[in-house]
Structures are given as C-alpha cells and as structure tokens.
Write a protein that binds this ligand. Structure first.
Ligand code: ADP
Ligand code: MG
Length: 554
C-alpha cells in the first residue's frame, strides 16, 4: 500500500488541539457526547440520502452506534453504520474547522486568557477534536456508503495528521470507526458501567440505538434504544413511559405531579416535555437557583444551562427540542438568540396555563403542588411583572377564613365585605403566631378575611404595590384600615372604641413615656380583646419587611 500522506492542520485546528491536549477541565465526559452525536448525525444523513438512493442501505438498513471496549489495550472505539467519509471528506472535515460553532468558539478562545479557554471546552464541547482531551492518538477509519474504498486518518493531535487507504476488511462495511487510544489518566473510560452511565445521561435520547461491547469478541448489549420519547405523539405514550422518562430526566424517584408535553408549530418549531415533580427536589432552595430544563437541537443534547424557564419555575424538569436552532452553537450565542427568547416565552406560558388547568380540574392535586412549590412560585410575583396576574391567580393562601385549608384570591375577592376596599394581609414567620396576632382582632370582629403570609418571600411581593381585580393589597399593620366603615359583627357591637377624654389623657401619658421610641400613639378600631399592638405607619415599611431588612443589616 502507498505510504501515508502527512498533512499539517490548519492553524486554527492546531491551536484548538493544543487547548484540548492541555485542557485542565475536569468534565471530559463530553467527548463521548460529541462522538456519539457525530455518529448519530452520520446515520441521519444516510437516512436522508437513502430516500433517493435506497441502494445505499444495502442489506444493513437499521442505524446503530456501537461502543467497543478494549481495556487491555486501553482503547475505546465508537463506530457507526452511517454515511461514512471519503478520503477528501476526511481531510476536509477533520483537518479544518468546518463548522460555524467551532469557529465561534475559536473566536472566544482568542479573546479569552489561557485557563478560561479550557473551561469553555467543557461548557459547550467542540465536536470531534474533544477526543484529544482523553486520547493521545485517534484513528478514524471510514468507508463512505456505496464506495469500495476505505481510508484511515490518524493523529496524535500535535499539529499534523496522516491519511492512507486501508484494506476493506480492516474497515467497517459502511460508516465510521473512531478509535481512541486513551491516555493513562483516562483509562476509566474502559469501565463498562461508567460508559453506560455517561451514555444514558448524555445521549440516552439520541435517535439511534446505542450498544456496548464489553470486550473484543463479546456480544453487543443495548444501552439506549434510540427512541426519543418526546417525538412520539402524546396519544402513543403511556403514563408509565412518561414516569420513567421523568425519573431519568429529573433524577427523582416519585411520580410527576404534572406532565406538560406539546409541540409548537408555525414560526418556531419545537417540542417541549416538562414535569412538575411530585415531591421536593433536594436542590429546590439551592442559592444558585438553576433551572434544569435541557435544551436539545434535533434530538441532540446541547445544554441544561439555557435557563429556558424563569427562576421561579426552577423546580420544573424536562427538555425543549428545537428544530430551528443551529446545532453546536455556544451557550452565549444561544442566550442571545431571538429563537430561544420565543421558546422561553412559549414554554413558560404553557407551564403556567397547565398549572392553572390543573387547579381548575383537580384542586386536590393542585393543592399538593402549591404546598410543595408555592414559596418558589411566589418569587414570580415580584420577579415577573408581566405574568403577575396569572401568578396571583395561581396563588393559594392560608387565611383567617380558610379553616386550615387554602383560599384563592378569587375566593377572597368574591367574599369581600360591603365597603371593604382592600385585600388585607399580615406577614410574619410562623403561621401559628400570625393566627394569634392581636392585629387581626378588629378584622375578625368584623368578619373581614385576612391573608396569613408566613413565607420570607411574602414580605417582598406584597410591597410591590400590586392589586388583584382592582383591590390593592394592604397590611393590617399599616395605619388605620377602613375598619371604621365596616360594622362589627353582632356579638361585638357593645364595645365602644371611641376615644373619650380619658383615652386621650391616657394616650398622652403613653406618648410621654415612650418618647422617641414611637412615631405616634393612637386609639384604634382594630383591637377588640388585646389592649395594645404595634403598627407601622401608613406610608412606612411593613413591619415584617422592616425586621427582615434590620436582620440583613440594612
Ligand atoms: P460537527 O459535528 O458540528 O459538524 P465535528 O467537529 O463534531 O463538527 O465534526 C466535524 C465533521 O466531521 C462533521 O461535520 C462530519 O462531516 C465529520 N464527521 C465526524 N464524525 C463523523 C462520523 N462518525 N461519520 C461521518 N462524518 C463524521
Ligand atoms: Mg459533531
């Protein structure tokens, strides 16, 4: 056979490879995702070409990806029976930077300083070359569909590569075999369970089945079946399949409380499959507050950091699969994409409307969701002005009239007293203490319902100057409420709360005693049993917020 031709890499490739080899980034697993995604792409390309040239499929029509472990020789092989590459295609595809995503990545690298570049690799993967993070030599043996020539491409990733023809018996019958000669510190990629776990978590929903051969000569074992669940119509998916999928994607072991699965068509085409967990995920109150929605492009996993849902929906798990976004765009490019903005909006609105539907149709199930995630959803009341009314509609409250249950604002508003102009609330840290608050006496005595707000987040949204159905939210602790206009219920009628002269004298002496400690001392309509209570001024800060800020040293 002719001697292998030696080629030097395009300057940019050489730079990129240098970075790969010297990558200190710890999450090297991404190389496998890249190679599998290339293998799957190759199968999809063949599938497409075979539409007009069915002969290309020969007697092997079923796409497959096979991982072969050879621990003794510290080798890992990724093989596909896809479209394959001719010699010229290999030189072009593996010797130059052909794809725009990698090009953009390189631009970032040029701007970034050493260490940061290595970080960037792990964040979005840069295709085929990431193999050099784990291998000190990579051989690619390929035979294009329909061709009777095969080629071997080989490189140590240090500036040059060779290409040479190879005997057909040493090549796959069709497609590409990528052989990684693993570095000493990457030999764990010959451990079967490790590979299985990585494949399932990164590529479990690639649209081509993936098998694993544990050692040379062993039988292939399927690790992923190649069926992307979300692509199937809803009517063909059983609840068990949804649950299994949810468990895989959410890392939870319970049943989802709500499953949202839809396909958006028209201007932007995408599929979303999202779940509200049935119980509290361990990282619900993680200070990072990261969402966990995965972004796929044409069934290839791209990132779970695209923040598809707002932070107050961070408990929702699932994915979006876009047909329009380019594959392999960088995270930054994704974030700025108007396509992604449209997806975010569509998915957020849909999740909220499905929650609302659940609330209408299955109050009991919805109550469970609210009990688990209510405090997080309430963050949206001050973070998402645009959807505040929807969120207020979804909110449920303990109130002085809820008798241990939950009330919606719709229920509250439809039970307003005559002359009642506001929705009253009291904030605090403990429900039991709120219920016993003397601030409520005057309201109770008049049969006016008061929202009991025990979550830290409550103090923030109630001060955001909002209303529901035209009724403002008002704290019971803030100045004189419109209690005067609402009569006491009968039992309390005889109590006279008019400030008589004696009361005036008493107030005067209290004022003198307390001096600077209080802004004012007033007779009040709000108490029926207790003698005194502390209130904030009408324009001042709510008492609970005041306390929170004091604690934060403000
Ligand atoms: P991308 O997949 O985004 O194009 P990669 O760096 O992952 O970028 O791969 C570069 C190119 O190499 C691919 O576009 C494809 O042409 C070729 N290639 C890589 N792996 C395979 C494969 N298994 N089968 C056929 N072609 C491949
Ligand atoms: Mg690729």
């Amino acid at each position: 056979p002719p001697a292998p031709e030696s080629h030097t890499f395009e300057a940019d490739v050489a730079k990129l490879l240098h970075l790969m080899v010297h990558s200190v980034y710890s999450d090297k697993d991404v190389f496998l995702r890249e190679l599998i995604s290339n293998a799957a792409d190759a199968c999809e390309k063949l599938r497409y070409e075979a539409i007009s040239h069915p002969a290309l499929l020969g007697d092997d029509p079923k796409a497959r990806i096979t991982l072969l472990i050879d621990a003794d020789n510290r080798r890992l092989t990724v093989e596909d029976n896809g479209i394959g590459m001719s010699r010229d295609e290999m030189v072009e595809a593996l010797g130059t930077i052909a794809r725009s995503g990698t090009r953009a990545f390189m631009d970032r690298i040029q701007a970034a300083q050493g260490g940061e570049g290595a970080q960037l690799i792990g964040q979005f993967g840069v295709g085929f070359y990431s193999a050099f993070m784990v291998a000190d030599r990579v051989d690619v043996v390929s035979r294009r569909a329909g061709s009777d020539e095969a080629t071997i491409w080989s490189s140590d990733g240090k500036g040059s590569y060779t290409v040479a023809p190879i005997a057909l018996v040493e090549a796959p019958a069709r497609g590409t075999r990528v052989v990684l000669h693993l570095m000493e510190d990457a030999k764990s990629y010959t451990e079967r369970y490790r590979l299985e776990r990585i494949v399932k978590s990164q590529s479990g929903h690639v649209p081509v089945p993936i098998s694993l051969i544990e050692k040379p000569g062993a039988e292939p074992q399927e690790v992923a079946d190649g069926a992307a669940l979300w692509v199937k119509p809803r009517s063909e998916i059983t609840p068990e399949e949804y649950t299994d999928f949810y468990r895989g994607v959410a890392g939870q072991f319970d049943e989802p409380a709500l499953t949202v699965h839809f396909r958006a068509e028209g201007r932007h085409e995408y599929t979303a499959l999202a779940f509200v967990p049935g119980s509290t995920p361990f990282d619900l109150f993680d200070p990072d507050r990261h969402g966990r929605m995965k972004l796929y492009v044409k069934r290839v996993f791209i990132t779970d950091e695209a923040e598809i849902l707002p932070r107050y929906l961070r408990f929702v798990r699932g994915l979006v699969d876009s047909a329009d976004l380019p594959l392999n765009v960088s995270r930054e490019m994704i974030q700025e994409s108007p396509l992604l903005a449209a997806i975010k909006k569509g998915v957020t609105n849909r999740v909220l409307s499905e929650l609302d539907k659940l609330a209408q149709n299955d109050a009991e199930a919805y109550t469970k969701v609210w009990e688990t995630f209510g405090p997080v959803l309430k963050e949206g009341l001050y973070e998402d002005f645009e959807r505040r009314q929807i969120l207020l509609g979804l909110a449920r409250f303990r109130t002085t009239a809820s008798a241990g249950g939950w009330r919606s604002l719709n229920e509250y508003v439809s039970a307003l007293k005559e002359n009642q102009t506001a929705i009253y609330y009291v904030t605090g840290t403990e429900l039991a203490r709120l219920e016993a608050s003397p601030q409520l006496e005057g309201f109770r005595a008049r049969g006016i319902e008061v929202l009991l707000l025990p979550d830290p987040v409550d103090s923030f949204w109630v001060t955001a100057a909002i209303d529901y159905e035209g009724k403002p939210f008002k704290s019971v602790t803030q100045g004189a409420a419109d209690l005067a206009l609402i009569p006491l219920t009968e039992a309390k009628q005889e109590i006279d709360t008019n400030a008589t002269e004696a009361v005036a004298r008493f107030i005067q002496s209290v004022k003198e005693t307390l001096g600077e400690s209080v802004a004012d001392v007033r007779a009040s309509e709000r108490l029926t049993e207790s003698a005194v209570c502390l209130v904030a001024s009408e324009t001042g800060m709510d008492r609970q917020l005041e306390r929170l800020l004091a604690r934060a040293g403000q």
